[in-house]
Write a protein that binds this ligand. Structure first.
Ligand SMILES: Nc1ncnc2c1ncn2[C@@H]1O[C@H](COP(=O)(O)OP(=O)(O)OP(=O)(O)O)[C@@H](O)[C@H]1O
Ligand SMILES: C[C@@](O)(CCO)CC(=O)[O-]
Ligand SMILES: [Mg+2]
Length: 329
């Protein structure tokens, strides 16, 4: 039995634009997906993902199809879409090791589809746990590369390397096209997360931005401007200027909103954070619903979010210096 875990992340700046080669800066946070891989005597692959629920059903399946014993009463295409990332991870493992069967159990404290990189963390941890269980040790960079292939396929050929690289490496990272690098001395930023309890589908949201960009030159300009914000933000990271970073996050949120990936509840949480005195606030990840991230060293933003209609949960997130790691072998 091998247990591996990998962190989720928040985007300081640059989501969506990073898909088109602009830079992005993101930070691993102290919320993790944990995957247990256990070799089996038969050649079956069994996945238990208790957090993955569809209309209240927990999904359990074997050999890529819904397991009879799970007794799930929802159409198979829905399940197939939901298990796409896990299936992709298993495919990657099969490219590396000659597997017989194994059982994969996924537990995660990263909300699904909420912009905190649950997909990347699950895929990274699953590839690590299953390959180790079969006696192969991949480097974090190799795991990031394979996990990226999975995100690329599930998101219909439109994905950046950002989420998977950040989850595999931990700390803060800068990604621009194929150029992925850790930020050596990342500042400890006072992240406050607000979660509206809902989810957005990354593939669909990415496709929406792509269509807008193809239709309007000013949407393409908006994407390039997000790149300019990130380049400016890098100086603020080096000088640890949190006020300046906050202003740039606000600007970034405005442009993401213009690209159609914010929502009423995300905007409400962003404004509640700003009104409470946060240095800045923006949605994180694909958007459409899910989480915002604000910078506030005081308790005021968290308190304001607790009273914001539409906000279901708020918590402080700490930078996680560890990327993918083995918990037990
Ligand atoms: N605990 C889990 N168990 C099984 N599958 C999971 C789990 N968490 C996430 N996933 C997979 O990841 C999908 C959500 O990924 P998606 O990219 O849409 O959102 P996200 O990664 O949470 O947010 P973002 O990409 O915006 O950071 C789920 O539908 C499921 O396929
Ligand atoms: C929206 C996006 O930029 C981030 C999702 O967390 C998609 C990607 O980078 O693949
Ligand atoms: Mg994702």
């Amino acid at each position: 039995m091998t247990v591996s875990s990998a962190p989720g992340k928040v985007y300081l700046l640059g989501e969506h634009a990073v898909v088109y080669g602009e830079p992005a800066v993101l930070c691993a946070i102290d919320r993790r997906a944990t995957v247990t891989a256990t070799a089996r005597d038969d050649d079956r692959i069994r996945v238990q993902a208790r957090d993955l629920t569809i209309d209240g059903f927990s999904v359990e399946y074997g050999d890529g199809v819904v397991d009879e014993s799970a007794n799930i009463d929802v159409p198979h295409p829905l399940i197939e879409a939901a298990v796409g990332y896990v299936d992709g991870a298993i495919e990657q493992v099969r490219e590396v090791v000659d597997t017989t069967g194994f059982t994969i159990t996924i537990e995660s404290d990263i909300p699904l589809g909420a912009g905190l990189g649950s997909s990347a963390a699950v895929v990274v941890a699953a590839i690590d746990a299953a390959t180790r269980e079969m006696g192969v040790e991949l480097t974090p960079e190799e795991i990031a590369q394979r996990a990226y292939r999975v995100e690329y396929d599930v998101q219909d050929g439109q994905a950046s390397r950002a989420d998977t690289f950040c989850s595999a490496m931990g700390k803060a990272v800068r990604v621009e096209g194929d150029d992925c690098r850790p930020i050596e001395e990342p500042p400890e930023l006072p992240f406050v997360v607000g979660f509206d309890g809902s989810a957005g589908d990354t593939g669909t949201l990415v496709a929406g931005v792509r269509n807008l960009k193809e239709e309007y030159e000013f949407a393409a300009d908006t994407v390039r401007t997000i790149g300019d914000i990130v380049r400016t933000g890098e100086r603020a990271i080096t000088t640890e200027d949190q006020r300046e970073l906050g202003r740039l996050m606000n600007f970034n949120h405005g442009l993401l909103s213009a690209l159609g990936v914010s929502s009423r509840s995300l905007d409400a949480m962003v404004w509640a954070a700003r009104d409470a005195g946060a240095f800045g606030a923006k949605l994180t990840g694909a958007g459409g619903g899910g989480c915002i991230v604000a910078l506030d060293p005081t308790p005021d933003t968290a308190t304001a979010l607790q009273y914001t209609p539409g906000c279901e949960e708020t918590f402080r997130a700490e930078l996680d210096h560890d990327g993918v790691r083995v918990e037990s072998e």
